[in-house]
Design a protein around this ligand. Structure first.
Ligand code: DGL
Length: 267
């Protein structure tokens, strides 16, 4: 089915999920919306995130998308369950797939989760992980300064290493063997986080399992595109298209030609 997959995030971070969709679903068209005018979501209330997410879903529905990926951990954590009944097409977030992968990977049954303040405060990763295996202990830590560091391109930098030490030194004593990168920006810090945590810790990027599950859902529902389709990728933001484009060109394996700005408040 030729309709696009709608993907949204509070800004640029969800592009790490698009990157994974491109790898695992290379024949699918994608329409991405980044709420760059209203980012960050990670410090906002549930009501606000729910209102923003509903507006974005309304916008994506005007593009006749066949499925929606909530490519934002914070929106997945705080808005997805409330919205699910309102949407009559497949909708998938990143939290449940990330939790599933963590449970699959851990052997010591000590799992760490890092994310925004809102995601960690919601406790949703802990809930999902313990629904799957109640013997797993979960230690969560909000790392709010990681997002601006990533957006500034400081992926390999002394300041970033210092912040990693400051946040993750609280997780280290718990001897976790799996660490969920529970914010869409964090996979871009994979290398410095891996260096800090060491080889004994598996870093979980929920985007991988999300793309895998989406592929399975589309397949089951007969919604996959034909393999010969040459995919189109369309990008929409609520502000700052030049900064978005520069970031997208760094993260994605394609050059983004056009970024469209829309008034998301009108949806
Ligand atoms: N995209 C958000 C997430 O994955 C991080 C940025 C924000 O705070 O909005 O949680």
């Amino acid at each position: 089915m030729n309709a696009s997959i709608g993907v949204f995030d509070s800004g640029v971070g969800g592009l790490t999920v698009v990157r994974e969709l491109m790898r695992q679903l290379p024949s699918e068209n994608v329409i991405y919306f980044g709420d760059t005018a209203r980012v960050p979501y990670g410090s906002k209330s549930k009501n606000t995130i729910l209102k923003f997410s509903r507006q974005i879903v309304r916008f994506l529905r005007t593009k006749n998308v066949k499925a929606i990926v909530v490519a934002c951990n914070t929106a997945s954590a705080l808005a997805l369950e409330d919205m699910r009944d309102e949407i009559d097409i497949p909708v998938i977030g990143v939290v449940r797939p990330g939790a599933k992968m963590a449970v699959e990977k851990t052997k010591t049954k000590h799992v760490g989760v890092i994310g925004t303040e809102a995601t960690i405060k919601s406790g949703i990763y802990t809930d999902y992980i313990r629904q799957l295996d109640e013997e797993v202990t979960v230690i969560g830590k909000a790392c709010p300064l990681f997002c601006p560091l990533v957006e500034e391109g400081l992926l390999e930098d002394r300041i970033t290493d210092d912040m990693i030490d400051r946040y993750l030194s609280e997780i280290k004593p718990y001897n976790v063997d799996s660490l969920v990168l529970g914010c869409t920006h964090y996979p871009l810090l994979f290398n410095p986080i891996k260096r800090y945590m060491g080889n004994g810790v598996t870093l979980i990027n929920p985007a991988y399992e999300t793309a895998k599950e989406l592929k399975q859902i589309l397949d089951e529902k007969g919604l996959l595109n034909s393999r010969s389709n040459i995919p189109s990728y369309d990008f929409y933001v609520s502000d700052g298209m030049d900064k978005f484009k520069a970031f997208a060109d760094r993260v994605l394996p394609i050059n983004v030609n056009t970024v469209n700005v829309i008034d998301i408040e009108s949806y």
